[in-house]
Write a protein that binds this ligand. Sequence first.
Ligand code: PGA
Length: 244
Amino acid sequence: MRRRIAAANWKMHKTAEQTRAYLERLSAQPLPSGVDVVIAPPFTSLAAAAPLVRASGLALGAQTMHWELQGAFTGEISAPMLLEFGVRYVILGHSERRAYCGETDASVNRKVKTALDQGLVPIVAVGETLDERARGETAAKVMRQTRAAFEGIAATALTGVVLAYEPIWAIGTGQNCDPAEADGVMATIRSCVAGLADTPILYGGSMNAENVGAYVSRPNIDGGLVGGASLDPDGFAALIRNAA
Ligand code: PGA
C-alpha cells in the first residue's frame, strides 16, 4: 500500500511571519491521518515553519538544494543546511527550476543521489510542455527525465523517493490535466525504471480541493504537489481532507 501525500509547494510566497500565521491556521483544523502533509516554504521561512510543522505532525520540505554538501556556490543551500531545520523532503527538478534556473537532467540526478545519501526524500518532478504534448512526445519526455533522474541509483533505493508528474501546461493555468490522462502518463513513468512499483507518484498542475478526489481515485496517483491551491490554509486543509 503506497502512502498518500499532499505536498504544498509555496514557490516564492510567504514571509516568515505569513508562514507562522498560515501554519497556526492550518493546524487548528481537523486533518485526516491517512495523508502525509508536506509544507515546502521558501528557505527563509524554514526556521519559522519548523517548530509549528513538527508540533502538528506535518513534514517540512524544501523547494530545491545543491548537490554538494558545502563549497563556493554563492546563493545555494545544501542538504546538511536543510537537515538542520528538520527538512524531510526536497523538491528536485521542478519545471520552473529547469526553465529559469538552469536545472538539467544531469544536475537533478546529482541532487537525487545527494538527497538519498543524506537521508532526504527527493520529490522528483517531470512533465511535458504544451508543444511536446501536441507533438505526441509526452511519454518520451517523462521517460527520459525519469531515467536520467535515477541513473546510477539501485532499484532498491527507489523506495525512498517520491515522483511528481506535472504537465507544464497545467501548472498555474487553471487548466488541469484530465485525471485519466495523468494516470496513463504515471503508468508509463512507473514502468520505465525498475523499482518504482511502490513509489508514490503525485500529480501537479492546477490541483485543488474540488478536483483532488478524481486524481487520487486513480490507480497510479498517490496525491498532489500543489502550488496555488496550497497558499490558503483553509483551502489546503479542504484539499487534504478530500485527498483522504
Ligand atoms: P499549481 O503548481 O498547483 O499552482 O499549478 C503546481 C506546481 O508547480 O508544483
